[in-house]
Design a protein around this ligand. Structure first.
Ligand code: NAG
Ligand code: NAG
Ligand code: NAG
Ligand code: NAG
Ligand code: NAG
Ligand code: NAG
Ligand code: ZN
Ligand code: ZN
Length: 666
């Protein structure tokens, strides 16, 4: 949950997004004809490896956009904005109509928390929801970030059901209809959207769709309630829906990882897939998941699979399916997943092979979110890509960014600082920057004579800081959380110096109390398993660089996704070179004001506020003369100096070089 700092609340101009008015006078006001995107953004340089395969039914999937409707302004792989996506979606719908096949658009939630455009307003999403709604989704479902703050949950409920009606699916989510103002005597729980949707596509396929969020997310329990999937599948409505005779295809969408066993976010897709297979052995199931911010494709059984399509508007997922109406007569022939038209010569992949039985004639592709890609697949020409709706959306985003002051530049970041592409301690690792900034800026003038140790957790950072102008928008992107700095004064150095090591020890997962504490602090931070997306579970240091080793032309590939899923290593639409991924500790520590030589006797032990009890516990392990409690924590700096304003404060003084002509690296 992002709390608005006071100055921002004042600067806030209500932004109304109206397509009609944007159309007028567009040519003179906005003379960029061949290059849309946001004005500061760069386009990609590597084009897709080949055309998409189309089936009798096709899907475009987005997930976990987290407010990034402006696209990635400083990263050319993902430079398109939502207006470009609107144009792309329209072109693809037209192509589907030309081919007499179906194309469905699907989103699986988490619409804000992560970008200035969504988070600089109160409530979050005030500007981004209407922009998002320019896509005429066929099926969509909320994520945990729509179920956190009370006002966000309630607005999403009223807004999205009004716009999308029965296409908004919440098979296992209820919302309290009368809890918005105060705690009622008796809560009135209602389904937040439709439990299921049965419909017939343009081409006559009969679809039964469900929208199921994973169990146990950090939703606001007063306002929303999530029914565990194992209970949901026992409901009469579910059994009746699944047993209807007029079904050709199940579509299971959900803010739900496609892979089970990922720590902290157990998927319920396998259970639901198994249940549907049990009830209806003859009907295929196509799934669309989310939440873990990765590209992935999972096969559950020979007729059930699901895709997960990245994060932060960096990925469009593509699925083509054939042989639904006319069941594949010869399953052993197994013609599936022949993404035949695509040029796979660039891919030499010995480490990632498909192993599972699968009978569907299916292809999946993960498209990079840029104009080059959109134009390539939509029309083969940038001039044809743009639609008037898309251009209006682009203009609306630009106007909103300006009126929210998101383009305000604090400084010019001299290099890129990433979360995990450099090891901890490397100058290019963002926690090294956080430590440097904390040493320089987290100082109370009245106590500046004291030695200081400052501890933050890994979740303080949400996204890489890319070389180039560091803007107000970037302050939301990189460190969205507004945690104040608290401290224990005058802690003996002999105790304080042990804390970091204790905090970073691997936790025993069997201790209930520890888990509860972590869940609460995660929730406070809005920090969940999404926040540090990693395609791996963090046990290995550097992944082997074997994918895409041989490339046809000599052009260096740009770094990006190199996905290995249940269908193999050919899912990425644009080949990339691998981004190294280093393991990181859970907490980082900066020091300042230490004596020239020797150690201080005592230090001010400073930390982001919600770490108080963790740090007290760590100190108490060292046998202090008096045990610490979290209530011993005092405010170190005024609350408007927070983890969100730390890097802006640093940039405002240290990154003033080249501020008017600041090179972008992405
Ligand atoms: C659809 O077909 C018509 C007629 O052949 C053609 O003019 C149009 O460009 C096609 N549209 C797309 C999106 O392929
Ligand atoms: C399926 O296989 C059988 C025999 O193996 C063959 O006679 C038949 O034509 C095949 N059907 C299709 C649709 O390929
Ligand atoms: C934009 O934000 C910056 C940083 O807080 C502030 O200094 C500036 O005055 C703001 N500009 C406007 C127009 O609100
Ligand atoms: C500023 O720009 C100049 C010229 O491009 C470059 O040599 C220098 O390293 C830049 N300084 C910083 C701090 O980015
Ligand atoms: C992490 O991955 C390794 C190697 O794939 C595996 O052995 C281990 O069980 C995994 N750990 C968790 C917590 O998933
Ligand atoms: C501090 O707490 C620990 C366990 O919580 C306890 O064993 C110890 O006696 C306490 N020490 C003091 C000084 O109260
Ligand atoms: Zn997410
Ligand atoms: Zn999520």
């Amino acid at each position: 949950m992002v709390v608005l700092s006071p100055y921002l609340a004042l600067a806030l101009v209500p932004v109304v997004f109206a397509c009609d008015s944007c159309e007028e006078g567009e040519k003179s006001a906005y003379p960029r004809f061949t290059r849309r995107m946001q004005p500061q953004a760069e386009d990609a340089v590597t084009q897709p490896r080949g055309p998409l395969t189309w089936g009798e039914i096709n899907f475009i999937h987005t997930s976990d956009s987290h407010g990034w409707l402006e696209g990635h302004i400083k990263e050319r792989n993902y430079g398109a904005d939502w207006g470009d996506f609107v144009s792309f979606a329209k072109q693809m719908k037209d192509q589907a109509a030309n081919k007499s096949v179906d194309l469905l658009l699907i989103d699986t939630g988490d619409l804000h928390d992560g970008n200035g455009l969504s988070d600089a307003t109160d409530p979050n999403g005030k500007v981004t929801n209407p922009i998002f709604q320019n896509i005429d989704y066929d099926l969509l479902t909320p994520g945990n970030h729509e179920l956190g703050a009370v006002d966000v949950a309630y607005n999403t409920f009223t807004d999205f059901t009004a716009v999308y009606g029965d296409r908004y699916l919440t098979s296992n989510i209820d919302i309290c209809k009368n809890c918005q103002e105060s705690e009622p005597d008796e809560k009135e729980w209602v389904a937040m959207g439709g439990r299921f949707r049965h419909f017939t596509t343009k081409q006559g396929l009969r679809i039964m769709a469900f929208g199921v969020i994973l169990d146990g997310t950090n939703n606001n329990k007063d306002m929303t309630r999530i029914q565990p999937a194992r209970e949901m599948i026992q409901e009469d409505w579910f059994k009746e829906a699944a047993n209807r005779q007029d079904i050709d295809l199940f579509v299971l969408i959900g803010h739900n990882p496609v892979k089970s066993g990922i720590p902290k976010s157990e998927s319920t897709f396998p259970l639901i897939m198994e249940t549907l297979r049990g009830l209806r052995p003859e009907i295929p199931v196509q799934g669309f998941g989310g939440h873990t911010h990765r590209r992935d494709f999972r096969i559950y059984d020979p007729m059930s699979s699901a895709i997960e399509s990245g994060k932060y508007c960096d990925t469009v997922g593509w699925i083509s399916l054939d042989g639904i109406k006319s069941q594949p007569a010869n399953k052993t022939a197994n013609p599936q997943s022949q993404d035949s038209q695509a040029d796979k010569r660039g891919i030499s992949d010995e480490t990632c092979s498909k192993t599972k039985d699968f009978d569907m004639q299916l292809t999946r592709r993960y498209l990079d979110w840029n104009r080059l890609t959109f134009a390539y697949h939509a029309a083969g020409s940038q001039n044809i890509l743009d639609s008037s709706e898309g251009l209006a959306v682009t203009k609306g985003i630009e106007d909103s960014r300006n009126s929210l002051n998101l383009t305000y530049v604090y400084g010019c970041a001299p290099q890129t600082y990433c979360i995990s592409c450099k090891p901890a301690g490397d100058p290019g690792n963002i926690y090294t920057l956080v430590e440097t900034a904390a040493s320089a800026k987290v100082v109370n003038p009245d106590r500046s004579a004291n030695s200081r140790m400052i501890i933050v957790n890994r979740g303080v950072v949400r996204y890489d800081l890319v070389q180039g102008p560091f803007t107000l928008d970037d302050s939301y992107i990189v460190c969205p959380y507004h945690n104040a700095f608290n401290y224990f004064p005058d802690v003996p150095y002999s105790l304080a110096s042990k804390v970091l090591e204790t905090l970073n020890k691997p936790k025993s997962t069997t201790k209930r109390s520890t888990m509860t504490m972590d869940t609460i602090s995660s929730q406070m931070l809005g920090y969940d398993e999404c926040d540090n997306p990693s395609p791996h579970n963090g046990t290995e240091l550097l992944k082997p660089k074997t994918l895409f080793r041989r490339v046809l032309d000599e052009d260096a590939l740009t770094q990006g996704y190199t996905t290995c899923d249940d269908l193999g290593g050919d899912g990425d639409d644009t080949p990339h070179s691998e981004i190294p991924e280093y393991d990181l500790p859970g907490h980082f520590q900066a020091t300042a004001g230490f004596p020239e030589d020797g150690q201080p006797d005592t230090v001010d032990l400073i930390f982001s506020d919600f770490l108080a009890s963790r740090i007290a516990n760590a100190l108490n392990l060292e046998g202090p003369s008096k045990n610490y409690t979290k209530d011993d924590g005092l405010l170190y700096l005024p609350v408007d100096f927070s983890t969100n304003t730390l890097i802006p404060a640093y940039a405002s003084t240290e990154w003033q070089d080249n501020i008017s002509e600041c090179p972008i690296s992405g």
